[in-house]
Design a protein around this ligand. Structure first.
Ligand code: DGY
Length: 321
């Protein structure tokens, strides 16, 4: 019987498959915003498997301190918090949850985009504050999306799902990616590959769906923002550090772009105070995958990976290391 430690509770019933066969410890959420490596080392005492989330720093020091740890099952598709090289060096398997959060994240991208384009949070506050006295001809005029161009940076699973939705809104789709998407996908979502400069200069909406790495760090900085249309909207449901938040605050204040919808932040859970003051910014607390269906599927994927690993299966689903 293996000892599995989940660093925080998951969706109700998500781990029921594990409870029957193994010793499962589900930790309370951390007291602060995240746990330190030392706190994780303490939690992982006697653990064979750690079920982690993006906020858990899974570092070499943890692997050194807990040599009995055999597997990390990450409850996310991204593994930005895990030192994969160290995991490999310490012979610790790492799995994640790709694929199942594509539609949920694409939906949230559109929710943020529509909310910014049509002032939804401000409109809601207006009505609740009792300020809706009569229909006004010029109240909260927004941006129409039909016949506009959406520029997608990162044409992986989520970028493609966002592009598919854009067709329903009658938008033209351009995209930029490290490598060009396969022609079938381009055809299916009527997307045209363009260089990054062209995408930034011509798009009415710029939507980010690339991973965060050395190449994409602050990809959207002062220069990129200055090259965008002053009417453009930026949406980020990818990773916070892809955007230079300081530069974004300045660009919004200077009217270099018209608005932004942000689900992710450079230093989560902290949010740049300048963003909190901006009217044309809609903010969400990293909710991309936050639907009941998706979170349940993510839990089931973790369970399947853990079970396969503990049974010694030749192929462990969604294994990265
Ligand atoms: C992921 O899975 O990487 C998301 O960002 C967290 O839900």
């Amino acid at each position: 019987m293996a000892h599995i430690v989940a660093t925080r509770p998951l969706i109700e019933g998500g781990l029921s498959g594990l409870r029957e066969d193994h010793a499962l410890t589900v930790c309370d959420p951390p007291e602060g915003s995240t746990r330190s490596v030392d706190e994780l080392i303490a939690l992982a005492d006697g653990a064979d498997v750690l079920l982690s989330v993006l906020a858990d720093p899974i570092t070499e020091r943890l692997f050194e301190a807990r040599p009995g740890l055999r597997m990390v099952a990450q409850y996310a598709v991204g593994t930005d918090n895990i030192d994969l090289t160290a995991a490999e060096a310490h012979d610790v398997a790492v799995t994640h949850t790709p694929g199942v959060l594509t539609d949920a994240t694409a939906d949230l991208t559109w929710a943020l985009l529509l909310a910014v384009a049509r002032h939804v949070p401000a409109a809601d506050r207006y009505v609740r504050d009792g300020r809706f006295e009569r229909w006004e001809t010029t109240l909260m005029l927004g941006t129409e999306l039909s016949r506009k161009t959406i520029g997608i940076i990162g044409m992986g699973r989520i970028g493609t799902a966002v592009a598919r939705r854009a067709l329903g809104f009658g938008m033209d789709v351009v995209y930029h990616n490290r490598t060009r998407a396969n022609p079938t996908i381009e055809r299916q979502v009527s997307a045209r590959y363009v260089e990054l400069d062209e995408l930034l200069a011509t798009s009415d909406v710029v939507s980010l769906h690339c991973p965060h790495n050395a190449d994409s760090h602050h990809l959207i900085g002062a220069e990129a923002l200055a090259s965008m249309k002053s009417s453009a909207l930026l949406v980020n449901t990818a990773r916070g550090p892809v955007v230079d938040e300081e530069a974004l605050v300045q660009a919004l204040a200077d009217g270099e772009i018209a608005g932004a919808g942000l689900d992710v932040f450079e230093d989560e859970p902290d949010v740049h105070p300048g963003l909190l003051e901006q009217d044309r910014v809609v903010l969400a607390p990293h909710l991309g995958s936050a639907t009941t269906d998706t979170r349940m599927r993510m839990a089931q994927m973790c369970v399947a990976s853990i079970q396969a690993f503990l049974e010694g299966a030749d192929s462990v689903p969604h294994r990265l290391v």
